[in-house]
Design a protein around this ligand. Sequence first.
Ligand SMILES: NC(=O)c1ccc[n+]([C@@H]2O[C@H](COP(=O)([O-])OP(=O)(O)OC[C@H]3O[C@@H](n4cnc5c(N)ncnc54)[C@H](OP(=O)(O)O)[C@@H]3O)[C@@H](O)[C@H]2O)c1
Length: 279
Amino acid sequence: MKIFITGGKGMVGSFLTDAFMERGETVYSPSRQEMDITDRKKVVDTIRKINPDILIHCAALTHVDECEIDKKRAYLVNVIGTQHIIEGCASVNCKMVYFSTDFIFDGKKGVPYSETDIPNPLNVYGHTKLLGEYCVSHFLHNFLILRVSKVFGAKGRNFASLLPVLMLKEKKLFLTNNLINSPTYIVDLANALILLVKKDFLGIANICNKGECSWYKYALKVKEILGREDTELIPIEFERFSKGKAERPRYSVLDTTLLESIGCSMPEWETSLKMYLAE
Ligand SMILES: NC(=O)c1ccc[n+]([C@@H]2O[C@H](COP(=O)([O-])OP(=O)(O)OC[C@H]3O[C@@H](n4cnc5c(N)ncnc54)[C@H](OP(=O)(O)O)[C@@H]3O)[C@@H](O)[C@H]2O)c1
């Protein structure tokens, strides 16, 4: 199978690139310098030239607060850029996988969100990712929209993976205790994606580990597993330091009933965290 991965140097994209290459697949994964997704001609020409069986679109502006500050760029990359990818996929008739987020929801439901719940993003990042979803489902038939949250276990400047390192350096860490969602271990995410592709599942699917937590609860678990008794963890409410930051959903846990019905049972996040830290 020939696989095209955008954002292949990012956290999710680089992991998937390695994972598919290890499985013996042919992977083409250009950097932003090699193929900027805001360049329509470059994108369409490159996809036509590669002519992949499947395109996994991981490129995005993912820093939530930066998206709020530079709205124009966020829309350009996350919406117009996605539209260019869609056009390329349509021209070669390949399957497109689009990564979305729990941040498309406002967090007011109080119980986990299923794939059919009505989104209502609170910030620019969530809004641009939702518009990307709408473009994919409007213009393509052969697509997979995967909603993930709080991905951990891969390279990159992401908090979930940095936390164990921070804990070795810092004596005291302040962590939010009132933004709740579900961590997603990149290995479990890749396995679920492979299964969905194998089963030729089309449409929207939530992918995350079972259970839920705040960053504070996540850090407590990291501390317990690593035995870092000297690091003090202090819970704080998001409102205490939210000035100048993008608004965030308070409870954006994703329901994985659909994923389970397809035969993909995700482990509890604590189990996957233990596996990750053991590595
Ligand atoms: N990580 C999570 O917890 C999480 C949660 C929910 C959803 N998601 C979604 O999952 C996907 C992958 O996220 P990630 O964590 O891997 O993000 P990431 O580490 O920030 O990687 C994003 C990649 O996109 C590239 N990129 C940005 N602008 C581009 C452009 N104009 N043209 C081409 N490439 C561009 C970046 O390249 P440069 O570094 O060179 O700019 C980077 O390699 C995204 O769609 C994100 O919204 C992630």
